[in-house]
Design a protein around this ligand. Structure first.
Ligand SMILES: [Zn+2]
Length: 460
């Protein structure tokens, strides 16, 4: 006897999008069957008219993170509640190394933050701030222990230690770890910023000009050269511009193992937002771009240049973003976990820009494959964790910050009318959210040690 049967939905499996019933036993998907073919179940959910998707894997979050002399508004409790409500059943959060400490100490600090608080499953990347010899020596052990990806910020001291970073790239590659790279060139940005501030241009209206697309493209090219020397695979986070995408294509054509991520804000918003009153609310790194860049990103989602859409969920109270005397001091980042899946469905699938199967690849299957969680996560297949979203393609929701589960008190998509919203989110066989209400107990989320990077992930 099955514990749970979901019947009547249009189900997205790796091979096809078809009418199929899914049977769950305990925490796992036991059967994916033709309609009407399942054995009896203790509980049956009638999902006619709904889509059945694998739970999303958000490969880029910052929960309970200390940055810019403050702590992000969401910790693992509120952040994963927003995830559950939005159909995200797994997050991979960025743990931070404290300079002078080991990577293991940074990871342990993040374990303490998440333990007892997360309501969806979670894993970690580790951000490397100090690429010392000791840290190079530690890389293999960190990967073996399930943290198989390293974040590199090409800013705040990267240039000064580029050779140390190159040694670290080599060590990471040897350890079968994946470098996740924030690509922005600190010197180009420094120059543009200085020029603006010297001319008295301090307001957020000038923020986008301080970090132009070519500073992103130049950094992608530079990192790609370093990865080539080191023999290291790379994953570029939150790409925002057509120029950077051209560098991704060039690196791939040169034979590098390169994966690419973008982030929702660049798909739905453009740089004119910084001219609005409270334009600060839209500040993230890199900045919002032009409509032509936005269109290039959509094209890249469709043609396979971009592999993953992840949130970079990193949010603040509005009061923490406003009132600063220059754009360089605005805390970057915003809330996005609850809107990731429905907005990509509405703006991408319903508007004919990408297929439903492609959307599932972008938010679930690809991140699970790239980050060593597949096939336990990321696809509706027999034997996988029963992480599922029953998605109502017709439900209309207007985004309103007070109705969201993030502790951030504003939403960059406030007032957006979204058609299509999760009806029910299931994690390891348990209903954790239904009708926009979270039912999960804080602490039920499991830590997920991840497998080493597999350069053949596309053919898994
Ligand atoms: Zn980030």
């Amino acid at each position: 006897m099955l514990d749970l049967a979901i019947v009547g939905a249009t189900t997205v499996t790796p091979s096809a999008t078809v009418r199929a019933d899914v049977g769950i036993e305990g925490a796992r998907i036991r059967r994916v069957a033709k309609p009407g073919d399942l054995e009896p179940a203790v509980k049956t959910v009638d999902a006619r008219g709904m889509l059945l998707l694998p739970g999303a894997v958000d490969a880029h979050t910052h929960l309970d993170a200390e940055m810019f002399n403050a702590r992000t508004a969401d910790d693992f409790e509120s952040g994963t509640a927003a995830a559950a409500a939005g159909g995200v059943t797994c997050v991979i959060d960025y743990a931070f190394q404290t300079p002078g400490q080991t990577l293991a100490q940074g990871i342990e600090r993040w374990q303490e933050k998440a333990r007892g608080r997360a309501s969806v499953d979670y894993g970690f990347h580790i951000a490397v701030w100090d690429p010392s010899q000791a840290v190079c020596d530690e890389a293999a052990r960190v990967v073996e222990n399930g943290v198989a990806s390293f974040k590199i910020f090409m800013m705040q001291g990267f240039e000064e230690r580029a050779r140390d970073y190159l040694r670290f790239f080599t060590a990471a590659a040897k350890a079968h770890g994946l470098l996740t790279i924030h690509a922005e060139d600190q010197h180009l940005i420094g120059y543009c910023t200085e020029r603006l501030l010297t001319a008295g241009n301090r307001s957020v209206a000038h923020f986008a000009a301080s970090r132009p697309p070519l500073s992103e493209a130049a950094a992608v090219a530079r990192a790609a050269a370093m990865c080539k020397l080191a023999g290291a695979p790379a994953y570029f986070v939150h790409l925002s511009s057509a120029a950077a995408l051209r560098e991704i294509r060039r690196a791939r054509a040169a034979g590098l193992s390169v994966a690419a991520e973008t982030r929702p804000i660049y798909l739905y918003l453009t740089e004119e937002r910084y001219l609005e009153p409270q334009g600060e609310r839209y500040v993230g790194l890199p900045p919002l771009r032009s409509a032509a860049d936005r269109d290039a990103l959509w094209q890249a989602l469709a043609d396979g240049t971009i592999d993953v859409v992840a949130t970079d969920h990193c949010c603040w109270k509005l009061s923490e973003k406003l009132g600063l005397d220059r754009f360089t001091r605005i805390r970057p980042g915003m809330s996005n976990l609850e809107t990731l899946v429905p907005m990509l469905y509405c703006e991408g699938v319903a508007k004919g820009r990408i297929s439903l199967a492609r959307m599932v690849d972008l938010v679930a299957t690809n991140p699970a494959k790239i980050f060593g969680l597949y096939p336990r996560k990321g696809a509706i297949v027999e034997g996988a964790d029963a992480d599922l979203v029953i998605f109502d393609p017709n439900r209309k929701v207007v985004v309103r910050a007070p109705e969201m589960h993030s502790r951030s008190d504003y939403d960059v998509f406030e007032g957006f009318e979204v058609t299509g919203w999760p009806h029910m989110t299931i994690s390891r066989g348990q209903v954790i959210a239904a009708d926009r209400k979270v039912q999960a107990r804080a602490g039920r989320g499991d830590y997920l040690p991840r497998a080493a990077f597999n350069a053949q992930w596309r053919s898994l």
